[in-house]
Design a protein around this ligand. Structure first.
Ligand code: SAM
Length: 264
């Protein structure tokens, strides 16, 4: 049986495929969130450090610990911060390698749908955040057509393939996110829709980068060359067979909540 899971094992390829998107939407997220400076952060599912980089540049944190299960992504993340200003550790969202109440802000950037049991991941954020601290997240509107590479996914049936989804594809739905936060005990829960655009110099540029995606690679494993041509034409058709630059719009959902003081 072929392996159809989404693997994050190439930090450099991730940077082209999703890191650029991550920083586009991460900027919008931080504009909305307006976090305080000098906070102790944990960046859960930090991957190759794309969002960690924004935290370091925009939020003047007291400390940042990035946690991710992928050693390859973590190795790339380390190269962004040669001075060791952000630290990274291998780990899982559902069992964070942190003591109780040890950070001010826990964040998941484009991660919640990869967590097999999202409620356990959010409960872990609630455990490690100190009273009065916050947990926040954003994820693509995967089920509502907001994924940046939705055109690629829409082309897959032309070659008899289906998009490969992460383990919890509904977790970033706008009606589910607040419930996850409230069930974990957070209060003052707020949500926001974040819309971003990315331009590619041509369809060829879009196609070259689209093929780097871990979910795409899992979907396309074992396709013949002529099937790849069929797929390419089907995806090109999504852009009205554009000859010039290609602009793609993507949409994410964000959530934030505060951990109450114990007396509340
Ligand atoms: C789409 S990437 C997001 C990476 C980064 N946060 C960003 O904004 O670019 C999803 C990340 O979730 C990680 N991941 C998958 N399962 C996870 C889990 N159970 N706990 C924590 N992270 C997980 C993957 O290794 C991957 O790096």
């Amino acid at each position: 049986m072929s392996d159809t899971s989404i693997r994050f094992d190439d930090g450099a390829a991730y940077e082209h495929y999703m890191g650029v998107w991550s920083q586009l939407v991460g900027d919008r997220f931080l504009d909305w969130l307006q976090p305080s400076t000098q906070q102790r952060w944990v960046d859960v599912g930090c991957g190759n450090g794309a969002f960690t980089d924004l935290l370091m540049r925009r939020c003047a944190p007291a400390s940042v610990l990035g946690v991710d299960p992928s050693p390859q992504q973590l190795a790339f993340a380390q190269t962004r911060f040669p001075g060791g200003t952000a630290r990274f550790q291998q780990g899982d969202a559902m069992a964070l390698p942190l003591p109780d109440q040890s950070v001010d802000h826990a964040v998941m950037a484009l991660v919640i749908f990869f967590v097999p049991e999202p409620s356990r991941g959010v409960a872990e954020m609630a455990r490690v955040v100190q009273p009065g601290g916050r947990a926040s997240a954003y994820g693509w509107d995967l089920m509502g057509g907001g994924f940046p590479w939705a055109a690629m996914q829409a082309g897959l049936p032309s070659v008899g393939r289906s998009p490969i989804l992460p383990p919890s594809p509904h977790a970033a739905n706008l009606d589910l996110l607040p419930a996850l936060w409230q069930e974990a005990g957070f209060v003052d829960v707020q949500t926001q829709v974040l819309t971003v655009q990315r331009s590619f110099s041509s369809f060829e540029d879009y196609w070259r980068i689209a093929l780097m995606g871990p979910s795409v690679q899992a979907s396309l494993a074992s396709l013949e060359a002529h099937e790849m041509e069929v797929l390419k034409r089907a995806v090109h058709g999504q852009f009205d067979n554009a000859q010039g630059p290609v602009t793609v719009t993507a949409r994410a959902h964000a959530v934030t909540g505060r951990k109450p003081q114990s007396s509340q």
